[in-house]
Design a protein around this ligand. Structure first.
Ligand SMILES: Cc1cc2nc3c(=O)[nH]c(=O)nc-3n(C[C@H](O)[C@H](O)[C@H](O)COP(=O)(O)O)c2cc1C
Length: 420
């Protein structure tokens, strides 16, 4: 945490003024998002990655699907200049804030699907700057996978402004034949205030850089091959920077899904849904040897003092210690074998070896086909104050289990690339 708070800023201001401290950029953010957003890049790629990303030309955003709301955790200088927003205004927000009335809903659906399926997408998209003016971009999205467990750790969206290649769409009958030159003069929109000469080609390509509010949001624009190439080049630079810096922390990334540890990959849409459940819980995968933990909530990490990478892939027994009652552990094992839920009170230990009485509940979670996809276990510190007045700990445990079941079932009905 200390490293992240003292790390260089996530990016520079659009006007290249000096870098503000990272924590000051997230001051206005929802407090529960602040630390996850601040730590997102530094924890995976080291604190030096922000400066390296800042050197890369072009407009791009990086988001973290593991944080509730799938927020932006990095915005390039080029993006800030293009959109007119400051870094403070975009960090912690979802990319949909740049959409507006004329943004095509089908394009937004395509982006949502690509995120759910964790795949690359290139699409033309109408977005809005801070001052409300619309502009067309080529939106090139790609996922970044953690090699250790094959999960998506970040998404990157490179954005290349699509230059106007206006077509003079009037019918050829409206075009005038200039007998003197033997060429057609085409009646173009008033905005261009002049006629453009054509050979025998019925379509004129015009490149106009000035902003024009009314015109921008009209007909859909297609990116040129050059613009597509530009997006791919920027994507490659970003990916190789991330790959390089991920080696500094040992938490290596790849543009392809691969799993060193053999831990099942949880679909990032499921991670987003689970992130909305603000209680301490973990999911374990019963189809893998030793039933390792494949998801841990932020509240679990806060309660136990472990970081996520210390928890994922471990068996769920590591909170036990010398004074944990062996009979209670036996009871939990039996309920797992019988595929039943179980509620117990047991002594557990945090990372710093301080102990707490854990009001523990474990339950199988079945997918839409009835197969057990996970075991969810909910942990509650008996002495912690709860602000959920009136609900007994057991009712709260059942609430978490219910929410996890809904998330798993709704996503397994429209299953993405992972087997969930
Ligand atoms: C890395 C990343 C960057 C994004 N940037 C933008 C953006 O600049 N403009 C935009 O319209 N949508 C952007 N999105 C898409 C939205 O965040 C959101 O995924 C999309 O609107 C579909 O989800 P929704 O239907 O829940 O809104 C981005 C998504 C990701 C993953």
């Amino acid at each position: 945490m200390l490293a992240a708070l003292t790390a260089p800023a996530i990016g520079r201001r659009a006007d290249s003024t000096s870098l503000p401290p990272l924590a000051s950029l997230t001051e206005l953010m929802d407090p529960s998002l602040r630390l996850p957003v601040e730590q997102s890049l530094a924890a995976r790629y080291s604190e030096w990655v922000a400066e390296a990303l800042d050197e890369i030309q072009g407009c791009f955003l990086i988001t973290d699907p593991g944080i509730a709301g799938h927020p932006i955790v990095f915005a390039s200088r080029g993006f800030l200049a293009m959109s007119g927003y400051s870094l403070e205004e975009v960090l912690g927000r979802n990319g949909r804030i740049f959409q507006g009335l004329a943004t095509d809903r089908r394009s937004v659906m395509e982006i949502r699907e690509a995120i759910r399926e964790e795949r690359t997408l290139q699409i033309s998209l109408l977005n809005y700057r801070k001052d409300g003016t619309p502009h067309w971009i080529l939106f090139h999205l790609f996922p970044v996978f953690g090699v250790e467990d094959g999960r998506v750790v970040h998404f990157v969206a490179v954005q290349v402004p699509i230059r106007r290649r206006s077509k003079c769409l009037r019918s050829s009958a409206e075009n005038r034949y200039d007998g003197g030159t033997g060429r057609f003069l085409v009646a173009c929109r008033n905005e261009f205030r002049s006629d453009y000469e054509l050979g025998c080609n019925p379509v004129v390509e015009l490149f106009v850089d000035v902003d024009n509010r009314g015109l921008e949001a009209e007909e859909s624009r297609q990116a040129s091959e050059q613009e597509k190439e530009k997006a791919r080049d920027a994507a490659n630079s970003i990916l190789s920077t991330l790959a390089h810096y991920s080696k500094l922390t040992g938490r290596v990334i790849s543009d392809k899904r691969c799993s060193e540890a053999g831990i099942s990959a949880i679909n990032s849409s499921l991670v987003i849904s689970l992130g909305r459940i603000k209680q301490s819980f973990v999911l374990s995968d019963p189809q893998l040897p030793q039933m390792p933990i494949v998801y841990a909530s932020d509240e679990f990490l806060n309660l136990t003092g472990y970081s996520r990478h210390e928890v994922l892939g471990r068996e769920c027994w590591f909170l036990n210690g010398p004074d944990t009652d062996a009979d209670v552990l036996h009871q939990i094992r039996q309920s797992i074998q019988a595929e039943h839920s179980c509620t117990v009170r047991l002594l557990n230990y945090r990372k710093d070896r301080s102990w707490f009485w854990n009001l523990f509940h474990i339950s199988p979670v079945r997918n839409a086909t009835g197969k057990i996809a996970f075991y969810v276990s909910v942990q509650m510190d008996e002495n912690a104050k709860s602000n959920e007045h009136g609900l007994s700990p057991h009712m709260r445990q059942l609430g978490v289990v219910g929410a996890v079941k809904v998330a798993v079932r709704s996503l397994s009905i429209c299953a993405g690339p992972s087997r969930r």
